[in-house]
Structures are given as C-alpha cells and as structure tokens.
Design a protein around this ligand. Structure first.
Ligand code: GDP
Ligand code: ZN
Length: 299
C-alpha cells in the first residue's frame, strides 16, 4: 500500500487523553490521532510528550516517551501510584465558602505543588457567598496565605465573575485543577473550557460525542495555554510525604531555617528553634505553623 508505508520516521506529539488501552495524541501539525502503545508504555499519562509512528493500514503507534518535567500521581484502589497527568506548570487549587475551606487540605495541595514542582494558584470560588458565609477565622487564614505570597483569586463560576484572570494565569502554561468535591470545579471548567470538546469527542471510543471517560484530558484554550481536566485528580491527597517534602512545602520558613540550633530541627520540641521564635515574634503566620505541626504529627 503506497499511501500507507509500513512505518515512517518517528514524529513528536503530546498525549491528550487515554481511551482504554489507546491514547489520543496531538501531532506537531495539531492533528488528533488515536494511537496504540506497547504494554511497556502503560505508564504514559495525559500531557506526556511522545514519539509516534504511522504503521500499516493507517494505524499509528506510540514508540517512546520523551523526558517528563514532572508527573502528578495518585494511588489506585490497590494503593499503587498511577500517573494522572504529566508536564504540569500550574496547579490551580479551588476552594469555596460552602463547603467551607479545609485549610490543612489546602496546605497539602500547596505542598504537592511544591513537590512537583509547579506554580500554584488558589482560586476561591463562590465569591457570591463570601460576605454571608466567610467567618472571621477563615478570613484570617486567607490573609495568612496572602501574606506568604500565595496568588489568590476570588471568583464566582455561578455569576461568571473573575474567570478572565484565571485564563490569564493559564496563558503559556499547562494547568490542572484540583480541590475538594463541591467547591465548583466542574462549574469552573465549564467557564474555562472552549464551548465544546468536539475534537476529543468525535474520536472517543463510543463516538457518542461527549468524551465520557474518567481519564484526564488536556484542552488547548483559545486564550493560550492548556488546561487538564481530570475527574480522578480532583480529590487527590499526599501519600508518602516525608519530612523534607513537608518542610519545603512551607516556603515561608526558608529565611529562618539556617538559624535553628539543630540542623535537623523539626520545629516542634527542639530548643532554640528559629521557626518557633519567628512565629512568637509575629514574623511567621501562626495558623499556618499550627497546621504544619499537625501535618508533622502525621508523618
Ligand atoms: P465540584 O464537585 O467541585 O465539581 O463542584 P460543582 O461544579 O459540581 O459545584 C458544586 C455545587 O456548587 C453546584 O451545586 C454548583 O451549582 C454550585 N456552585 C458552583 N459555583 C458556584 C458559585 O460560584 N456560587 C455558588 N453560590 N454556587 C456555585
Ligand atoms: Zn526549628
């Protein structure tokens, strides 16, 4: 078959989503191609850069994975870590006023972003409920995040307010949305994603139009950048967190770390701890520190 040589030179592409054992790959020409992959490439994830080749009968196959910048993983039902998405630049952490923010969970997401590493954007959705539902305590916790330099946006998916600054933050980056259930991630995705996901839907297994798989899907935004929507990643936690991951996940500690008396200080019971001294002196936010101690007790 002259129009389909048995195999061609490998070309580069990026994984858009997974359909069972197959992958949807975006080629360098922005064409979407359904590709098979050998079993040893089973760990491929949405966002991975790959090499692929055309094969006989017009089929295409992924032949290699290109180096990853990072990968977000989550344990499956057997407790094995499975990749969800790769090459993430920005972790968009969504919280809301109803359900109320769980600050320790937000800290965990910030630690995860730090570990990837990826930038973080904290999006407080349901801004329409803030005045009536945000407690003074919650506002103080929020102010602590602001103080340590976490970028925060207040938006309302319902009232379609504050969406544009999120799109601006995604420009030139690959972002993924996480957050506890009920905070409005799906509602936000509806506002952020292009009208329809026709391109992905028409190539899905069922051909039913809407892409109904639970695997992560990468969307190119018309305003620039890419957004990975992943039902599976939405409630992920931090498994196997070690002390170094925890400590570096509190970047506000950094200027004081060298000053603790013990080089391996955990900032808990040790004497002459510079972190505790800074908290006592009002140089570090006390609620963040209290949650640090609580997370420390869990590892
Ligand atoms: P998810 O579980 O994070 O995907 O949350 P959903 O997008 O399913 O939203 C959960 C609930 O919050 C739904 O009833 C939404 O209508 C509601 N919701 C989403 N965004 C807003 C908002 O900006 N304001 C208010 N008041 N409700 C919202
Ligand atoms: Zn210390």
């Amino acid at each position: 078959n002259l129009s389909h040589p048995a195999s061609t030179a490998p070309e580069n592409g990026q994984i858009i989503t997974r359909f069972g054992a197959d992958f949807l790959v975006e080629t360098a020409d922005a064409e979407l191609l359904r590709c098979t992959a050998r079993r040893k490439l089973d760990h491929l994830a949405c966002g991975d850069y790959v090499q692929w080749e055309r094969q006989a009968q017009g089929n295409a196959a992924i032949t290699a994975m290109l180096p990853r910048r990072n990968v977000l993983e989550r344990p499956d039902f057997r407790g094995r870590l499975r990749p969800i998405a790769a090459n993430i630049d920005l972790l968009i952490v969504v919280a809301s006023w109803q359900p109320a923010p769980i600050w320790e969970t937000l800290d965990r997401y910030l630690i995860a972003a730090n570990r990837l590493p990826a930038d973080v954007l904290l999006v407080f959705n349901k801004a329409d409920l803030r005045q009536s539902l945000a407690s003074a305590e919650a506002e103080t916790c929020l102010a602590e995040y602001q103080r340590i330099g976490i970028p925060i946006l207040h938006v309302s998916a319902k009232q379609q307010q504050g969406i544009h600054p999120i799109l601006e933050a995604i420009q030139g980056r690959t972002a993924i949305v996480v957050g506890q259930s009920g905070v409005g991630k799906s509602s936000l995705a509806m506002q952020l994603l292009p009208e329809t996901d026709i391109r992905v839907g028409t190539i899905s297994e069922t051909g039913e139009g809407r892409h109904t798989t639970t695997s992560a899907t990468l969307y190119r935004l018309p305003s620039g950048g890419s957004l990975i929507d992943s039902p599976g990643v939405r409630d992920f936690g931090l498994t196997g967190m070690d002390f170094a991951t925890l400590e570096t996940g509190f970047p506000e500690f950094r200027p004081f770390l060298g000053e603790c008396r013990f080089h391996n200080c955990t900032h808990n019971h040790e004497p002459n701890c510079a972190i505790k001294a800074a908290v006592a002196a009002g140089q570090l936010p006390p609620r963040r520190f209290a949650r640090y101690l609580s997370l420390l007790a869990n590892i």
